[in-house]
Ligand binder design. Structure first.
Ligand code: PEP
Length: 252
């Protein structure tokens, strides 16, 4: 049984000074909705300057904190980047890797995503590895091919490990208000799980696959009812802690 994981991706939003009130509201709302750590995991992917404070406050409430990206090297002359060593030193055990915005605006490739994921795992940081097709690729019936190409170097680099999470995020559904239908999402998740199964049946059973793309409290239940959807990666709707709490609570 895979425990659901609901991750909020703040992207470049909110402020350091708002972190305490966000965590406080999220905690109260989740209590009111009878959430417990046993029912689902809560992960907050916050901007780098917030990581230390967010970890300190969130960990007291049973939430985890993630970086939004890392560099594949442990240290060096890479101005503006953060390394997995730095995350560990802050007590941060999670990171997103290969979000479509990183691929689109910062030229991350399938190969660099694999290197970053490997670096995370080697330091005991769990990567949430994002994959997904563009609208043009879906319309050209290339979804499976794209997912296969995105995942192949990751599966090679992470061979022998099952300590990672995948996120299927169709690019056309991110920040657009367009959600994949429950059936479209399930079909893509089942395909991704079949790629894991080809590596090993145990891997396919263990690895959680999150859905991302305009998830809200009004559509989470249908998505979570699908057998291969193990949680969600939530962008816009995670910025409001009251709405995010509902998404977490409704994911059970
Ligand atoms: C995301 O940032 O990963 C995302 C899915 O964004 P949104 O929920 O806003 O579509």
């Amino acid at each position: 049984m895979r425990k659901p994981l609901i991750a909020g991706n703040w992207k470049m939003n909110l402020l350091y000074s708002k972190v305490p009130s966000y965590v406080e509201v999220l905690t109260k709302e989740l209590q009111a909705l009878h959430w417990t750590q046993a029912t689902s995991g809560v992960l907050l992917a916050v901007p780098s300057p917030f990581l230390g404070l967010a970890r300190e406050l969130a960990s007291k409430q049973g939430f985890s904190v993630a970086a939004q990206t890392i560099h594949e090297k442990s240290e060096g002359a890479f101005t503006g980047e953060i390394s997995v060593n730095m995350l560990k030193d802050l007590g941060v055990d999670w990171t997103l890797v290969g979000h479509s915005e990183r691929r689109q605006y910062y030229n991350e490739t399938n190969e660099s995503v694999a290197l970053k994921s490997k670096a995370a795992l080697e330091h005991g940081v769990t990567p949430v590895i994002c994959i997904g097709e563009t609208r043009a690729e879906r319309e050209a019936n290339q979804t499976h091919e794209v997912l296969r190409k995105q995942l192949a170097p990751v599966l090679t680099a992470l061979k022998g490990s099952d300590a990672y999470v995948l996120a299927y995020e169709p690019v056309w559904a991110i920040g657009t208000g367009l959600t994949a239908s429950d059936e479209q999402a399930q079909e893509a998740h089942a395909f991704i799980r079949s790629l894991l199964r080809a590596e090993s049946p145990a891997l396919a059973e263990k690895v959680r696959i999150l859905y991302g793309g305009s998830v809200k409290s009004s559509n989470i239940k249908g998505l979570m009812a699908q057998p291969d959807i193990d949680g969600a990666l939530v962008g816009g709707a995670s910025l409001d802690p009251t709405e995010f709490a509902k998404i977490v609570a409704f994911s059970r």
